[in-house]
Design a protein around this ligand. Structure first.
Ligand code: KG4
Ligand code: ZN
Length: 332
């Protein structure tokens, strides 16, 4: 089965051709991060306009790289949400338009579930039940995975997502957007105990995350001062260590609530090597499955792969053309 995947939930326009839900024949991503840099975060309207400009060229490129023609496509899978409304509409309408033109079924899938599927893709068997950890610019989620498509949410953030917190701290330190990789880079030269930051606690919900207090603590540490490069590195290292250890500690507690067989990670922050180290220290015995680097940030291969799984699980039933995008989707 050859699937065309389409991703447009935020500031990346992606198209990918995936065979049998796991073999990636092409995976093309065009990011509009350059447009958002001066705003320090995604400017939704600019992201939408870029999606309109590039979605068809990106799809053409993915088809050409994979060497497939429209008649060889069996299914079109698209991220139906969560995400920015205008951005989602462009991917969804491209998928519907191609579905009509090519007379092929299409299916909408959950982008966050796609991030989790990214670390399962191509793996057989998939140890379950497992803990899913999604850490991205828009999502911070711990979830029990009973099966692909069967989840029990355990914890989420009550304010900022982890990637968003990295991006905001980067902006406070004068680093470019998206800031996560830059914070990681300068943190390597910093002292993680230079600042005694504490991770946020959520009343009556001990596994949930709160990152806005930590971000404000960073703001107070840098406000009104001219920091040397070394001091910036210390702030970055102290923030990173506090935030990532909080994630690992709560993931550990979550993993103790059921017979957890493995952990599957998804989302852009999973590229952070210090995060990986901290988890490997915290879980020396547990199989930890990280997404490949081309599958951790937003991409359409995870959407195509998950779309194929869902389509087969539903007895090869696609969605109807009245399927709506959803800016928020409860993860369950
Ligand atoms: O998964 P993704 O493309 O976005 C959403 O679906 O939201 O992840 C992007 C986020 C950004 O916030 C970026 O700063 C962060 O992932 N990120 C990192 C690293 N690489 C990307 N954060 C920390 N360390 C990294 N190495
Ligand atoms: Zn994402």
């Amino acid at each position: 089965m050859i699937v065309l995947g389409i991703e447009s939930t935020c500031d990346e326009t992606g198209a990918s051709i995936v065979e049998d839900g796991q073999r990636i024949l092409s995976n093309v991503v065009a990011s509009s991060a350059d447009l958002h840099e001066r705003y320090g975060g995604v400017f939704p309207e600019l992201a939408c306009r870029r999606h309109i400009d590039v979605i068809l060229p990106v799809i053409d490129e993915a088809m050409a790289k994979a060497g497939v023609t429209p008649d060889q496509i069996d299914l079109i899978a698209v991220a139906k949400g969560p995400g920015l409304i205008g951005a989602l509409l462009i991917g969804m309408n491209a998928a519907k338009g191609l579905s009509i033109a090519w007379k092929k079924p299409f299916i909408g899938v959950n982008h966050v579930e796609g991030h989790l599927y990214a670390s399962m893709m191509g793996r057989d068997p998939i140890p379950l039940p497992a803990l899913g950890v999604v850490l991205s610019g828009g999502h911070t989620l711990l979830v029990k995975i009973n099966d692909i498509g069967s989840y029990e949410p355990i914890a989420t953030t009550v304010d900022d997502a982890l990637g968003e917190a990295f991006d905001k701290v980067a902006a406070l330190l004068g680093l470019p957007y998206p800031g996560g990789p830059h914070v990681e880079r300068i943190a390597k030269a910093g002292n993680p105990t230079a600042h005694l930051f504490t991770a946020g606690k959520v009343k009556r919900s001990p596994l949930d995350f709160s990152l806005s207090g930590l971000k404000t603590a960073v703001l107070y540490a840098v406000r009104g001062q001219v920091l040397s490069e070394n001091q910036k590195c210390d702030v970055a290292a102290s923030f990173q260590e506090t935030a990532l250890k909080d994630i690992a500690r709560k993931a550990y507690l979550a993993s103790q609530t059921f017979p957890c067989q493995a952990i599957y990670f998804g989302g852009g922050v999973c590229n952070n090597l210090r995060l990986r180290e901290i988890f490997h220290e915290k879980f020396p015995e547990m199989p930890l499955f990280w997404p490949a680097s081309n599958l951790s940030l937003d991409n359409a291969a995870m959407i195509a792969g998950l779309g194929a799984k869902k389509f087969l699980a539903r007895g090869q039933m696609g969605d109807l053309l009245d399927l709506e995008v959803q800016t928020r989707i409860p993860f369950a």
